[in-house]
Design a protein around this ligand. Sequence first.
Ligand SMILES: Cc1ncc(COP(=O)(O)O)c(C=O)c1O
Length: 322
Amino acid sequence: MLSTTRSPFSVADDALQAIGNTPVVRLNKVVGPDSAEVFVKLEYYNPTGSYKDRMAMAMIGEAERSGALKPGMTVVECTGGSTGTSLAFVCAVKGYRFQVVTSDAFAPEKLRTMRAFGADLVIVPSQGRKITPDLIPTMRERARELAQRPDAFFTDQINNPNSIRGYRRIGEELLAQLNRPIDAFCAAVGTAGMLMGVSTALREAGQTTRVVALEPASAPLLSEARPGPHRVEGIAIGIVPPLLSSTAYDEVRTVEESEARDMARRLAREEGIFAGISSGLNILAAVRLGQELGPGHTVVAVACDSGMKYLAGDLFDSTETT
Ligand SMILES: Cc1ncc(COP(=O)(O)O)c(C=O)c1O
């Protein structure tokens, strides 16, 4: 698994060892004067620029350990690109073929990056490049068909509890880095692996952190049992994710996608944090929690992935205002 003791001056045996141990930074400009301190864990420091490297490594590592994945087999997954990129990266280093079911609804860079790591892409066409509620189920069905082959191993990120194991390290690292009580933690939910992993680590460490699950306001499935279209890649996948346990979080909040996008742009301009749309959503919710809790408290959110993954889209198009 990942090393907990790696010195910044040590040499890694391979690129997989560069996963994890990401920086935590305090927000200074996008928080108000009477706010709690708000910290962001910069998960874009992982090798493929996203926290998904942690879960890809955990899912492949555990499958190897259990004997479900053996040399010569093909790994199969259905993904909007971030998990696919991370799995493609881990499979490249470990020498597995990787077949990925994806869609043109996701950022073209993500699709190209998966190809760059040697993945074989199966594209499911979307309606107007939107993540409609039926898109992910259609992609999953196609992946399940492909995974029928005897030499295929379906990582099945939506149901695979090993992803939670991979994400626990985010919580453990946060506790070690901040070395103080964490009053609130918020995270947008896709598979819910990250929220579950961090929540588990915080609670096992005896923290009484308020854990807040987030979703786009146009797709309030967890809060109002109503799915809907949105363009926040990686989250609000049209079903209540099987890994999500209602005991792991205290509250669900919605965030307007336009405000999340605006926050992603502000983070780059004002804080030097160049991250994607779900990161903007997480951090906007954290800033609001910080305002509610006030000075003397600590709020934490995660920057899920790098803004580099969104350069071909409209997020950082200077003509877009909100
Ligand atoms: C960019 C991005 N943000 C957030 C998430 C949500 O993370 P999780 O699946 O752990 O809930 C994902 C998942 O794919 C993602 O790709």
